[in-house]
Design a protein around this ligand. Structure first.
Ligand code: PLP
Length: 425
């Protein structure tokens, strides 16, 4: 444990290593975008929860695809089409191994985590949720894991129930069994909160939900870049994530679903590729995973995502997690020492996300002034307005860390915050 960790104002539960054990400077060299000046200062990119930067390997994989391999996939008899199809399917196998899914047919390529959740709501949800039924979510969800369920409940005259959170931003697990009943048809929960950094006790939640016969959809958008995810060990029914938060490109995401559930679900969108045969009388749908992949997919995006996962695997997700945790501890201690700062989200289990407010200074002002020093953070409600309502604040400033961030960058953040405070003194 680092010396700094001892004085963190609350107790974290996570193994730690010092920064020195992670080759962060080598990693930084792999990310071309990091080596630039913003307003005359070296860029300090701390907006990773919104989207992470891309290593050269991902940029190269995408340009290589468009320079050498571009063709539409499936059914093509020519060389390029067959090659592109193979690369696209190789990316699917990479994702399968990354999540430890039992079968590659359980990996559906979608546009994003948002689309994955909407897919489940519009297919499984519309089939299984009826009038008077209930869908359970939590008070720390991103809007992407609230609104699709609200839309479904509105359409079906069903009810949305919410697991509350405590003042540390942890789920009040004692409330969960009380919310589950014969009417509950689905539980949707985030793995890591983007606004608070909280890591939810997923294994326990799934166990409890399953003991009531309730399937669980997991929003893994903020988890996959930071934690080892094993969908078989978790025993989740659905798991979604976005490529762009895990060092891959935008416009590509993944829905994992247990095969038996996916097989029994109606298709999502109609179009090419999702069919086996079409007549005006009747269409027969394709097998998994293609049944859920209508139209020409984001082929280059899937290949880029595969390259991003290879990059993460090469460094080791546990090593990345340990490095980021070191930054979390270091930054938490440094920010906590600044008078008038309040950290929003002090869960015992946290990913490297720090939301904070400074008494008397609007978060947007914090973000704008930091930006002039080249420091990119995010300010606002982080698409989690109910979290802001829970803490009775309009917004927070949020610094979120990735594998390429350093303690030096945390120092720059702290220095920047001191400047912000001077402006408002
Ligand atoms: N869920 C969480 C927890 C998120 O943080 C985000 C994005 O910030 C999303 C879902 C939505 O991701 P996307 O916009 O890539 O679909």
């Amino acid at each position: 444990m680092t010396a700094a960790a001892n004085s963190v104002p609350w107790e974290f539960q996570h193994p730690m290593v010092g920064e020195a054990t992670f080759p962060v400077e080598e990693v930084r060299r792999d990310f071309p975008i990091l080596h630039q000046q913003v307003y005359g200062h070296p860029l300090v990119y701390l907006d990773n929860a919104a989207t992470s930067q891309k290593p050269r390997a991902v940029i190269d994989a995408i340009s290589h695809y468009y320079e050498r391999d571009n063709a539409n996939i499936h059914r093509g008899v020519h060389f390029l089409s067959e090659h592109a199809t193979e690369e696209h399917e190789a990316a699917r196998r990479t994702v399968q191994r990354f999540l430890n899914a039992a079968d590659k047919r359980e990996i559906i390529f979608v546009r994003s985590a948002t689309e994955g959740i909407n897919l489940v709501a519009q297919t499984y949800g519309r089939k299984h949720v009826g009038a008077g039924d209930e869908v359970v979510i939590t008070a720390m969800e991103h809007h992407s894991n609230i609104v699709p369920w609200q839309m479904l409940c509105e359409e079906k005259d069903a009810r949305l129930r919410v697991i509350p959170i405590n003042d540390r931003g942890e789920l009040m697990m004692e409330e969960l069994p009380k919310l589950l009943s014969k009417r509950t048809k689905l539980l949707a929960v985030t793995h890591v909160s983007n606004a608070l950094g909280t890591i939810t006790p997923l294994r326990k939640i799934i166990e409890i939900a399953h003991s009531h016969g309730v399937p669980v959809v997991v929003d893994g958008a903020q988890a996959v870049p930071h934690l080892k995810v094993d969908v078989q060990e978790l025993d989740c029914d659905f798991y979604v994530f976005s490529g762009h938060k895990v060092y891959g490109p935008t416009g590509i995401g993944v829905l994992y679903g247990k095969r038996a559930l996916l097989e029994a679900m109606p298709p999502y969108q109609g179009g090419g590729d999702m069919i086996r045969s079409v007549t005006f009388e009747k269409t027969l749908y394709n097998d998994l995973p293609y049944k859920f992949e209508a139209g020409t997919p984001n082929i280059g995006g899937a290949i880029g995502l595969g390259a991003a996962i290879d990059y993460v695997n090469h460094l080791g997700i546990d090593n990345i997690a340990a490095h980021e945790h070191d930054l979390l501890i270091y930054a938490t201690e440094a920010l906590s020492a600044i008078p008038d700062i309040r950290i929003i989200g002090t869960a015992a289990q946290k990913a490297a996300v720090i939301s904070f407010i400074i008494e008397g200074i609007h978060p947007h002002d914090i973000g704008t002034i930091l930006d002039r020093s080249g420091i990119a953070i995010r300010t606002g409600h982080h698409c989690a307005q109910p979290v802001m309502q829970r803490f009775r604040i309009p917004a927070t400033a949020r610094a979120s860390f990735a594998m390429y961030n350093t303690r030096g960058e945390v120092d720059a953040l702290v220095e920047g915050i001191q400047k912000v405070k001077e402006v408002f003194a």
